[in-house]
Design a protein around this ligand. Structure first.
Ligand code: SAM
Length: 356
């Protein structure tokens, strides 16, 4: 996949201080997201040469948003459609909003009688009226395109994630009510709120332009990037880092399950796993080696955690094979983990390797 890096557009749009800008970013509960680390990452990025950046595993999109807010040209990439839909809505998009008329239309009832979601997920996750709303909303969203469609889809995904316990679709029926008001709201009302959140986050930066792509990291043409931010999933010693297992419903919702293979034998109706070599102990070392080689012409910023199967010392040694100067920063980070609430939060060290 070859990218033509976008030209910055001259503009007089006012820029907000970084902390204020980042506080506007819509928060989706996403495994490994760097919301809390974004200001620290911004400092690291600032210490590196200016120029275009690639956020090769964009996930929630917060790091791409941070790079754009700092005035860099950015390419945001992820192999999940819903992740790249978010960056199309709120990073690539400089100016478009979903209008009140768009929202009324999307919420005006089913335009063509479709019922794929209501039928497929009958009795799972949400009450029947919420599922009917999702079908009805899609019957209108199908007629939108570009950034407005992306905002509508990102908002549907955010609404669904808000209403799901812990935001993960491994749970088919709510086992507990975590007290959040969203659990008792309709998906339609949550969608309306989510649209406001996304609309408010759209901004133009006088020197930055962004492009969102959906694809495999090794298909990114690495040429022309001053900086590559690399935050792949990392193989943990136990459990897994399967994003599809947790977020299959959002991936389906972003595509109306078109092109997705549902595993009908599963209770959760999950879709087929997306293979990535970073998630497995026996392939992760080679995957990182290839990754560093792929982006070796750029300054590299690599996020990594202490709860990974491949120790940070080994990762650092791998990076030194490709780059002359490597420094390691350590940040204490509190993760939400397990099936319980605050009691099961655990502290892990989040590493940032900077290589030039
Ligand atoms: C740790 S998360 C990134 C989190 C992100 N930095 C944030 O702040 O939200 C890893 C991401 O890598 C994506 N991913 C995994 N393997 C990939 C591959 N081979 N190519 C592209 N994206 C991949 C996953 O879909 C996931 O969104």
């Amino acid at each position: 996949m070859a990218f033509v890096l976008p030209e910055p557009v001259p503009s007089a749009a006012p820029t907000l201080p970084l902390a204020d800008r980042l506080s506007l970013y819509p928060r989706l509960r996403f495994m490994g997201s760097k919301y809390k680390l974004a200001p620290k990452l911004a400092e690291v990025f600032d210490s590196l040469p200016p120029g275009p950046a690639v956020d090769a595993f964009s996930g929630s999109g917060i790091v791409s948003y941070t790079l754009k807010a700092a005035g860099r040209i950015v390419v945001a990439n992820d192999h999940l459609v819903f992740a790249s839909t978010i960056t199309r809505a709120v990073v690539e998009n400089d100016a478009e909003h979903l209008t009140p008329d768009d929202v009324e239309e999307i919420c005006s009832g089913n335009a063509d009688g479709r019922d794929f979601i209501a039928t497929t997920f009958d009795g799972l996750y949400f009450p029947a009226e919420d599922m009917r709303f999702l079908d009805a909303a899609w019957s209108h969203i199908d007629r939108l395109d570009g950034a407005r469609q992306a905002i509508a889809l990102a908002s549907l995904c955010l609404a669904a994630a808000w209403k799901q316990p812990r935001g993960v679709f491994t749970i088919t029926t709510p086992r507990y009510d975590d007290g959040r008001r969203q659990m008792r709201m309709s998906l339609e009302d949550l969608f309306r709120e989510a649209v406001e959140t996304y609309n408010a986050a759209v901004f133009e930066h006088p020197h930055a332009r962004a492009t969102s792509t959906c694809g495999e990291v090794f298909d990114i043409d690495p040429e022309g990037f001053a900086l590559a931010y690399l935050d792949p999933p990392y193989a943990p010693p136990r459990d897994d880092t399967c994003y599809i297992k947790r977020y299959h419903f959002l991936e389906g919702l972003a595509t109306y399950w078109r092109g997705q293979e549902i595993m009908w034998e599963t209770k959760t109706r999950k879709i087929k796993k997306r293979y990535t070599p970073f998630a497995y102990k026996h392939t992760v070392r080679d995957a990182f080696d290839r990754l560093f080689d792929h982006f070796s012409a750029s300054a590299l910023v690599v996020s990594y955690g202490s709860n990974a199967a491949l120790p940070i010392e080994e990762l650092e040694a791998l990076l030194r094979r490709h780059k002359r100067f490597v420094r390691r920063e350590e940040i204490e980070h509190r993760y939400a983990f397990g099936t319980h609430d605050a009691a099961s939060r655990r502290v892990a060290t989040e590493y940032v390797l900077v290589a030039t």
